[in-house]
Every structure is written in structure tokens, then in C-alpha cells.
Design a protein around this ligand. Structure first.
Ligand code: G1P
Length: 302
């Protein structure tokens, strides 16, 4: 058995340019799917996986994330006064509380890349391997992706374990791509990883999505990592270097991944979750049948 994964790092400093104008004043991590912000899905997934400490690598312009994540006692008091105790209790249950040493916000002031963002969390990580979750990759399934990965990792797969899924050939330039050497059930042994290769240069079609379990040595590799693709310090490059020393594997998770940094991914995630919510069935039925008006929508003339 290896050391347990105790720390989760959430890189949330990005500008969200793919989703402007929605992200001009609202951090992309706070965009909701139905009624829950993306960051909350990621936090819930980390909690389910038994993570002890959560480190958010944020930006000074995105303080709304901290307001969402931390408890708001005044809001809860007002809700209670107005007879909405159940809503107040639900908020409290999911929030972190001031003084909790296991929730940490640290700033990445300059956009130097995902690898640099993870490095910013170094001083706050507990000993042992760390998890990294990119909240705009929403993964929905019966079992949380991170919990599933931790089970595989702690059984001893490789030094770094990254979530993977098959993509179309023409999509390799949007992802980190694994160089796969062997396949054993959901685990793909790999000897390297390339950031956003053109289809003709891609070593496989196994793309990395935003869940990583990384050996603690990742921080040393990141600290000495020169800028790569796009002039940024790439997490992919530091993982690839570690691969030679401690091993690398991909994990084909069982859930469905939605790219909520894109409009199509966001709409797909919304429709997918709406299907499981009886309160929204009438909306989906109206869309499918086209014969009745949407609920909660009416023509002024009616
Ligand atoms: C990042 C990583 C990339 C990974 C992707 C998953 O890219 O650099 O390796 O495949 O997340 O969503 P980004 O989408 O931030 O450009």
C-alpha cells in the first residue's frame, strides 16, 4: 500500500475566455449546471473520495469563489428568520467554516500555466501524493471519478495516475495525450504524455481529462520545468518527466465527462442532469414534443 491521497488541489485562477461574456464578472467555476456551481460538484467529488485538505489556487479577481466555498453565517441567519431553515442547513453542510485549517486559498497572480498553478499549492499540500481536479471537467457517474481513481491508485498502479477517455483523432489537439504501452482493464500503462499534439503527432487517442493523482515528487519536477506549449509551465510536461522515474498510468473512469468550459458541454451537462430530476421532466417533454409550451414560460397574450 502506498501513502494515502490526503490533499486535493483545485486550479481556479483561469480567465475563462472560452465562456465570455458569462465569465466577465462571474468566475467560470461558479457557472451553474441546474442550480449547483461547477466548483461545488468538484468539491463534493473530493469529499466523497475522502480528501482531507482542499487547496484552491485562485486569483484576486475571483474572490466570489471563496464566498461560495466558505460558510456565510449572516445569510443562514436571514434564511432561518424567514422560515427557510432547510435551505440554510443544506448550505451549511456543504460549506467550509472559517478557522478550518484544511481549506486553503492561495493566489496565482500571473497566468503562467496549469503546472505553475499546481506548484503554487506546494506549501499547503499534506505529505504524500496529491489529487488535482479541474472543475470545468464535470464527471457524472454512479461512483465519483476521484474515489474510483484513488481505489486503483492505492492498490499500486503507477506513481502518477491520470483520468483518460478515448477521443476522436481530430480532437487530440485539445488534450494531453498519453503514450500508451499496455492495457489492463481500465488501467493504461504509459511511458509518456504530450500536451495538445496535432493528430499526426499524437501517440494515441487516449486523452487526459481533469482528474490527476500525482506523486509528491511532482512539485520538484514542476519547480524545474521550463515553459512548454503556449509558453506556459505545463503540468503534462512535468508528469511526463516523472513517468520515466516513477511510472505513469491512465485510468478509464466509468462516468460521463462534460467539458463545461464549452457551450455545448455545458448544455449537454444541463440536459443530462435534468433527465434525472423529476421537477424538470415537464421541460424536457415540452422540448421533445414541440406541441406544448415550456413550463414557466408564457406569451404575453395568453
Ligand atoms: C488542460 C490540460 C490538458 C487536459 C485538459 C483536460 O487543458 O493542459 O492536458 O487534457 O486540461 O480538460 P485546458 O483544457 O486547460 O487547455
Amino acid at each position: 500500500m502506498r501513502h494515502p491521497v490526503r490533499t486535493a488541489i483545485f486550479p481556479v485562477a483561469g480567465m475563462g475566455t472560452r465562456f465570455l461574456p458569462a465569465t466577465k464578472a462571474t468566475p467560470k467555476e461558479l457557472l451553474p449546471v441546474i442550480d449547483t456551481p461547477l466548483i461545488q460538484y468538484a468539491i463534493d467529488e473530493a469529499r466523497e473520495a475522502g480528501i482531507e485538505r482542499m487547496v484552491f489556487v485562485s486569483h484576486p479577481s475571483k474572490s466570489a469563489i471563496e464566498r461560495h466555498v466558505m460558510d456565510d453565517a449572516a445569510l443562514r441567519a436571514t434564511l432561518k428568520q424567514r422560515g427557510k431553515a432547510a435551505i440554510a442547513d443544506a448550505l451549511q453542510e456543504r460549506a467550509f467554516h472559517p478557522g478550518d485549517g484544511n481549506v486553503i486559498f492561495t493566489m496565482q497572480n500571473e497566468p503562467l500555466g496549469l503546472g505553475h498553478a499546481v506548484l503554487c499549492a506546494r506549501d499547503h499540500a499534506l505529505p504524500g501524493p496529491v489529487a488535482v481536479l479541474l472543475p470545468d471537467d464535470l464527471i457524472v457517474g454512479e461512483k465519483g471519478c476521484l474515489a474510483e481513481m484513488i481505489a486503483a491508485y492505492e492498490a499500486g498502479t503507477a506513481g502518477h495516475l491520470v483520468a483518460t477517455m478515448r477521443v476522436q483523432e481530430e480532437e487530440t489537439s485539445k488534450y494531453g495525450i498519453l503514450s500508451v504501452t499496455a492495457e489492463r482493464g481500465p488501467v493504461l500503462a504509459a511511458d509518456g504524455m504530450v500536451e495538445k499534439p496535432a493528430p499526426e503527432d499524437a501517440p494515441s487517442r487516449d486523452a487526459v481529462v481533469g482528474r490527476y493523482l500525482l506523486d509528491g515528487s511532482i512539485f520538484d519536477d514542476l519547480a524545474s520545468q521550463p515553459p512548454g506549449a503556449g509558453g506556459e509551465i505545463q503540468l503534462t510536461d512535468a508528469i511526463a518527466r516523472g513517468a520515466r522515474r516513477i511510472g505513469l498510468a491512465g485510468f478509464r473512469f466509468s462516468g460521463t465527462r462534460f467539458d463545461c468550459g464549452s457551450k455545448a458541454g455545458m448544455l449537454s451537462a444541463t440536459l443530462h442532469l435534468a433527465q434525472g430530476d423529476p421537477a424538470l421532466n415537464a421541460v424536457l417533454a415540452a422540448w421533445r414534443d414541440r406541441t406544448r409550451p415550456f413550463p414557466e414560460a408564457a406569451w404575453a397574450a395568453e
